[in-house]
Design a protein around this ligand. Structure first.
Ligand code: SF4
Length: 296
């Protein structure tokens, strides 16, 4: 990634704002391990901070190192995931811990290639671990950062559904050359997007870069017309899968899922297909096929 020569004033303002306003989150503290950062990034991928923080604390108290988690069972990890949603992440995190022990002596590696080779770690998470655990200069592009850059620089109400090449190279050009400043920019832009420049109700009056925001200057066009990407929840396969997982998490003995009174409102075909998908994802085990018993 080529270093930039001058710091964009909006970048400098976001860095200053973050130094004043950053939330005190446990995975941002100096004493947080690289493993703690990795766990936080996986949990935060699809779940808000407020729901992640208590689970992260419990998780780190129970499994403070990859070796601790690797010694536990996959079912323990899925159970401890609680209601964070998308439980495949718990399975991948457990697999990641096992791989860290097998290939890296229980440490979290620092290079992009080594991180990308771990289960459950994609380009975003690898960059976030390098930046926030190791202080490396990298481009950390989550949906919050993309929205801030899209609005303030590119006058877009919302970024495109998928990251484009031009968006990425523009984001790279904004990253300060200095590693410490680059980390503060990455974290600050993420925080600004999460707290101020939110998807549907940006608080431009409170925004530190409002005077230089291209989208605000253009009159904030197009947000009402932009497609919503949120899915309806009630009755979806995701909800049904979540209900099945909640029952299995709470039970330490195998359960007959299709015979549960609390799931009677679910259409049998949907219940069967959701159960089958959990089994094929490796999250649920068939304990006794003949009797229809399942467990984590
Ligand atoms: S001024 Fe408004 S739209 Fe522009 S970056 Fe700030 S919050 Fe986002």
């Amino acid at each position: 990634m080529p270093p930039v020569t001058a710091l964009d004033p909006r970048v400098a303002s976001v860095i200053d704002w973050f130094a004043r306003e950053a939330r005190d989150l446990p995975w941002r503290r100096d004493d947080c391990s690289a493993w703690g950062v990795l766990v936080s990034e996986v949990m935060l991928q699809q779940t808000p901070v407020a729901r992640v923080e208590p689970v992260w604390r419990e998780w780190m108290a129970r499994w403070p190192t990859p070796a601790d988690l690797a010694r536990a069972s996959q079912a323990d990890a899925v159970r401890a995931w609680g209601r964070l949603g998308y439980p495949r992440r718990a399975k991948r995190l457990w697999e990641c811990a096992v791989t860290l022990v097998e290939r890296h002596g229980g440490d979290v590696p620092r290079t992009e290639d080594a991180l990308l080779a771990l289960p459950g770690i994609g380009a975003y998470t690898a960059a976030a671990i390098r930046a926030f655990a190791y202080g490396e200069r990298d481009v950390v592009l989550d949906t919050n950062v993309r929205r801030v850059i899209g609005r303030a620089w590119r006058s877009q109400p919302l970024p495109p559904a998928h990251l484009t090449r031009s968006e990425r190279s523009h984001a790279e050009s904004l990253v300060p050359a200095d590693a410490v400043a680059s980390v503060a920019w990455n974290a600050g832009a993420m925080e600004l997007g999460a707290l101020v420049c939110t998807a549907r109700s940006p608080r431009c009056a409170d925004c530190v870069i409002a005077s230089d925001c291209a989208w605000l200057a253009a009159g904030s066009p197009g947000l009402e017309a932009a497609p919503r990407r949120t899915q309806a929840w009630h009755g979806t396969d995701r909800q049904v899968r979540g209900r099945i997982m909640a029952l299995l998490r709470a039970s330490h003995a195998p359960l007959n899922i299709t015979g549960q009174a609390s799931l009677e409102d679910i259409e049998p075909g949907q219940l069967d297909s959701c159960l089958a998908s959990l089994v094929s994802d490796g999250l649920v085990t068939v304990a006794d096929e003949e009797r229809g018993l399942y467990s984590l």
